[in-house]
Design a protein around this ligand. Structure first.
Ligand SMILES: Nc1ncnc2c1ncn2[C@@H]1O[C@H](COP(=O)(O)OP(=O)(O)OP(=O)(O)O)[C@@H](O)[C@H]1O
Ligand SMILES: [Mg+2]
Length: 488
């Protein structure tokens, strides 16, 4: 029962039924109208012929009937047989007198002879009065048991040149053969219609298969994806719309797969980064445990190293949390929106890092336009500039120079941070914004970097609708340019 329900509610079945209904109704309408036209045509023709036969008979027998010639019976029997032969339908001729009483019957049946037919056939009165009465066809019930039969009656008055109407002729003809013919045509038509309808069903099932097959494939793929197999791609085929659907699906699944890979990579990178300080700490602590020394200086030294690793761990975790927080807001707008005085903010940031620069005897210079105001989150923007200036100091050797400038373009506020440092090899320029990426792993780790600074900065700037551009020359220095729109 459930299976039946599913089959009948399927698109394929619905399309087949729709086609069937359309062709079925079409055939029915055509059948009805064709049969009607055919029938009317046949009956019209018959009634014209028999009208003529009646007239012809009346004329032929007029004189003999006037003379009461008993040979009339043979005359009408001959005519009746001739008409039967021509029309292929059994035909009976009755001759009625002026009062509507049967005087001759070509079938010579006693049942009708001497009978007054006026009451059964009221039109006889009109014929005998000289009115034109058209032939009519009707169904009668005769025989035992009674059978429905189609017959046609046609009439003509017998007119004598001196006495006027002296009687009438009534021709009764069976329409059985026509009925049978029409029935046969109708039957054949129905058989053909049924055959064509069957073909329509088969063809429509086949055609709807073409439509539903890609949908089925798509559903299968989506089901597999939902079970975790993200490498699903489907063949692009079918109608234009289905191709579009297929293409969209493939793009989506590719993106999902990439996303999944990126996530896995991130998790493995993060674990690796967290493991490094932990292993260092373990080594330090194990050596401490196995040492028998009384010199507190050495303990202190080891503890300081452990403390350094803890700081690193802390820094990594803080950065990771920041990234996760930023990822949550990707695509959405910033939660906090305020006017940020960029000059003031940069000045403050540079002041905070002044000490760091002085330790490395690095000169810091700040050039700035006044009143550079953008809309955004001040705390996050400070983090961006702090990260970039920190990098500039970190990756510039002693005695170098870091220059910061703030300017306005028609569309963007621009913060430029240039250094005379070690620079970035061209092949890595596109990678430095990736999470955990460091040009020189060992070196930047020794300076305490996690490789997350630039990816955080980039994310924040993107959230503000801006860009970070970088140009660098190895051994000469780098320039990071942050462009922020004035309004979101
Ligand atoms: N001004 C610069 N000059 C030379 N190399 C740079 C500069 N800024 C960044 N880099 C390179 O890009 C890498 C990524 O920088 P990022 O700020 O993301 O990480 P980090 O500085 O190593 O660590 P963190 O900033 O998280 O403490 C750095 O490791 C460094 O190799
Ligand atoms: Mg950094």
């Amino acid at each position: 029962m459930r299976i039946n329900k599913r089959i009948f509610s399927s698109l394929r079945w619905k399309i087949a039924v729709a086609y069937l209904i359309v062709t079925g109704v079409g055939f029915f309408v055509i059948d009805a109208s064709i049969m009607q036209i055919l029938e009317k045509d046949y009956i019209d023709e018959k009634s014209k012929s028999f009208q003529l036969y009646a007239l012809q008979t009346a004329q032929t027998i007029a004189n003999s009937y006037y003379d009461k010639d008993p040979d009339i019976y043979y005359e009408i029997r001959g005519l009746g047989e001739e008409y039967s032969r021509i029309e292929g339908e059994s035909t009976r001729i009755l001759v009625l007198n002026r009062n509507g009483v049967v005087e001759y019957d070509s079938f010579q049946s006693v049942s009708l002879l001497r009978r007054d037919l006026k009451s059964d056939y009221p039109e006889i009165v009109s014929v005998l009065k000289g009115d034109f009465v058209p032939a009519r066809d009707l169904y009668i019930y005769t025989g035992n048991p009674p059978e429905r039969k189609r017959v046609m009656y046609s009439y003509a008055p017998i007119i004598h040149h001196s006495d006027g109407i002296i009687g009438m002729v009534l021709i009764s003809t069976s329409l059985e053969n026509i009925d049978a013919l029409l029935g046969e045509i109708s039957r054949l038509y129905r058989i053909y219609s049924a055959a064509i309808s069957l073909a329509v069903i088969l063809i429509s099932i086949a055609i709807s298969g073409l439509i539903t097959q890609p949908i089925k494939e798509l559903t299968d793929s989506i089901t597999k994806m939902s079970q975790g197999h993200l490498n699903q791609r489907i063949k692009i085929h079918g109608s234009h719309e289905l191709r579009q659907l297929g293409t969209a699906f493939n793009i989506m699944s590719e993106k999902l797969e990439n996303l999944d890979n990126a996530r896995n990579e991130f998790v493995s990178n993060a674990s690796h980064e967290l493991k490094t300080p932990l292993s260092a700490m373990k080594v330090l602590i194990e050596s401490l445990l196995h040492m028998d020394m009384d010199d507190p200086g050495i303990y202190k030294e080891f503890l300081a190293d452990i403390n350094f690793e803890i700081d690193r761990l802390n820094a990594i975790i803080t950065d990771l949390l920041t990234l996760v927080q930023l990822d949550k807001n990707v695509g959405s707008t910033l939660q906090k929106m305020e006017s940020v005085e960029l000059t003031e903010l940069t000045r403050r940031t540079v002041r905070n890092l002044q000490l760091l620069a002085e330790q490395k005897r690095i000169t810091m210079e700040l050039y700035s336009d006044e009143d550079v105001v953008v809309e955004g989150d001040g705390v996050k923007l400070q983090q961006v500039i702090s990260n970039l200036v920190d990098n500039a100091i970190k990756y510039t050797p002693e005695g170098g120079r870091v220059t910061i400038s703030i300017s306005k373009s028609p569309e963007f506020a621009i913060v430029k941070i240039s250094d005379t440092g070690i620079g970035i090899p061209a092949e890595y320029l596109s990678k430095i914004f990736d999470r955990f990426f460091r040009v020189d792993k060992a070196r930047s780790r020794s300076t305490g970097g996690t490789g997350l600074g630039l990816s955080i900065a980039n994310r924040i700037v993107l959230m503000h609708g801006g860009y970070i551009r970088v140009t660098s020359e190895e051994g000469k220095g780098s320039t990071f340019q942050v462009e922020l729109p004035y309004k979101q």
